[in-house]
Write a protein that binds this ligand. Sequence first.
Ligand SMILES: [Ca+2]
Ligand SMILES: [Ca+2]
Length: 271
Amino acid sequence: MLQRTWNTPYPMTCALALLYTTSCDGDKPDDPVSLACPGAAAETIDAGDANGDGAVDLADAVVILRAVADGGAAPACTAAIDLVPDEQLDLDDAFSLLIHLFEGGFSLPTDVDCAGAVPLEMPFCSPLEARFSETGTVELRADTLDIEAWSLAVTAEGCTVSAATTAGTLGASIVDTPAGLRDLGYDATFLAEGGAVSAVVLGFMDAPALPAGAWSPVLALTVEQGDTCDCTLRLDSTVTALGEPVESLAVASGGAWALSAEATIDACAGR
Ligand SMILES: [Ca+2]
Ligand SMILES: [Ca+2]
């Protein structure tokens, strides 16, 4: 496995080791739930893995978008992200990856040679949290990271998710009423077996971000009660809607930052 130098003091390095189930000789951080870490460097880089962290997810589409807009780091391996093969990196490559991930119908190339490619440098673990409000709205908060995009995989137990939308949240468009922060960008929000998925990129050529240091509503859910009024919502599972299996993550600084949350809300409230 490629080794990356993390110029970070203990216990940050320790927290990273814990999350990736490698060895760690020290004490566990007091509050590991609130500490998110970007993906680690991968041994090999496959098609679509623009940041080289070994996973193909929304963070890679954002890295391509930022590289096209000339405002971000060059992807780890150009051959891995020329997904519409024309030896050029442009919006088509980013769109195709978004369609592959969240809508289905686009297959990634299989014959990619990225020997010797170097994964992108990632910042260190940082406070980043997700939660559900009492009404079932997903909220995100980061104190130092600029969250430019997110994908959410929501599962429900004891109830049914009957609607999922970014309307009324900061994931809504700037031209919506009420206005969100999404300027063009991308919004793929679907109901799925057992819950819902939502993938949002706040901007294509520009890079708007959620406000730091505040809870931001990003996905509004409507739930129908089951046998009781208790409705447990979680962000800790993989859910598939139309595209690839989706995990819950926030995208900041070119990396994918894992999210988790769980709450039991009252599905009978207001009835
Ligand atoms: Ca990746
Ligand atoms: Ca291309």
